[in-house]
Design a protein around this ligand. Structure first.
Ligand SMILES: *Cc1c(COP(=O)(O)O)cnc(C)c1O
Length: 368
């Protein structure tokens, strides 16, 4: 059995250190929003080149609170993509704002920034690029466009912690960058966790209030807020994992290189492209083929797990039918949903297992 993703090999390797840090937190007497959270907020903000980090409960909350901190709500439009995880859209809707979808590029699966202009209206307030699968959106073009039209920018960095665009890390381009530390993510916790980063002092203060019932001081709400805190246990384990991030990404890249080399020119397989001036963290390794469902079955029969990220674009899901979008609105996004397949990839995955996966794909297409 070759698993698509697992943290158990990591747990095997780091069990002692993880348990030591867990014990330290439990013995400290401080469980929520304490020194480990502060350390993690400072470290992650520094890591991505932003001034402040605000730890919250999840990536979805980080997005929701980021949009709230910018004052977005009913009547406002936020331009994003439908080729994303549902939470991107759920967070926009939670503020009352309306998501407006722009199509993506076929070979990178990322927002086609050249088409943002087509979706602008008098109500557009914010651009919300998603750094999907581990690669940054073309942020030079996007932020230039936003500045010209005085639009806010919130980056969904949930899948691309550490990815760069012309040497600058994701999370440092927009007004706010948001991260998820859901266990499968590039920087994964052992439960739910998230963070918003910003270099704007006003937004940092506002985000800190919003995550804690709107309070700056005990038992007094300065404004209407929420409850979205980060706990010390998750932060302590994330501090360890952040220190190991570069090494983990290097291992992801080694597996991706193996797939790149083994699958180039095989059948009608399209490989994930990396654009010049950007790097790829390979949160997932996603290929394209017209025989996707057959290939997935072929691999499953050989004990190889795969996934489709994502089988249905958000604008065509029943839960978002009220937005009134139709088949044909986003041709590239819709075509990709039928052809993409993500292969097994996680940092501790043995290279010989990746070789078995690549060989099984080659065999399916009859490659020698
Ligand atoms: C995982 C993810 C989120 C949501 O993060 P949670 O921590 O699960 O709430 C948001 N956007 C994208 C692109 C994601 O992959």
């Amino acid at each position: 059995m070759i698993r698509y993703w697992s943290y158990l090999d990591y747990y095997d390797q780091q069990r002692e250190e993880l348990l030591r840090r867990l014990d330290e937190v439990l013995a400290s007497g401080r469980l929520i929003l304490g020194p480990e959270v502060e350390r993690f907020e400072k470290s992650l903000a520094a890591h991505c080149g932003a001034r402040w980090g605000i730890g919250v409960n999840s990536g979805t909350d980080a997005l929701f609170l980021a949009l709230k901190s910018l004052g977005l709500g009913a009547g406002d439009e936020v331009i994003t993509v439908a080729n994303t995880a549902v939470p991107t859209v759920a967070a926009i809707r939670a503020t009352g704002a309306t998501p407006v979808f722009v199509d993506v590029e076929e070979e990178t699966y990322l927002m086609d920034v050249g088409r943002i202009g087509e979706r602008l209206s008098a109500r557009t307030r914010c651009l919300l690029p998603v750094h999907l699968f581990g690669q940054a959106v073309d942020m030079a073009t996007l932020t230039g466009f936003a500045a010209q039209r005085k639009l806010a920018v919130v980056e969904d960095c949930a899948q691309a912690c550490g990815a760069t665009c012309h040497g600058k890390r994701v999370g440092s381009f927009g007004d706010v960058g948001t991260f998820s530390f859901y266990p499968t993510k590039i920087l994964g916790a052992f439960g739910d966790a998230g963070m918003a980063v910003t270099s704007r002092e006003d937004l940092a203060a506002k985000l800190r209030r919003l995550r804690f019932y709107g309070m700056d001081r005990e038992y007094y709400a300065e404004e209407e807020g929420y409850n979205s805190r980060l706990d010390e246990i998750q932060a302590a384990l994330l501090n360890l994992r952040l220190a190991e991030l570069d090494e983990a990404v290097a291992r992801r890249r080694r597996i991706a290189r193996l797939y790149d080399e083994a699958l180039a020119g095989v059948g009608d397989v399209g490989l994930p492209a990396t654009r010049p001036g950007r790097d790829h963290q390979y949160y997932v390794y996603t290929i394209r083929t017209s025989l996707r469902d057959h290939l997935a079955r072929h691999l499953e029969e050989r004990g190889i797990e795969t996934k489709v990220n994502y089988p249905v674009p958000v604008h065509l899901m029943r839960g978002y039918a009220f937005l009134g979008r139709r088949v044909g609105d986003l041709p590239v996004t819709e075509r990709l949903a039928g052809t993409i397949l993500s292969l097994p990839l996680y940092p501790e995955m043995p290279l010989d297992q990746a070789a078995v996966v690549a060989e099984a794909v080659r065999a399916f297409f009859g490659a020698e």
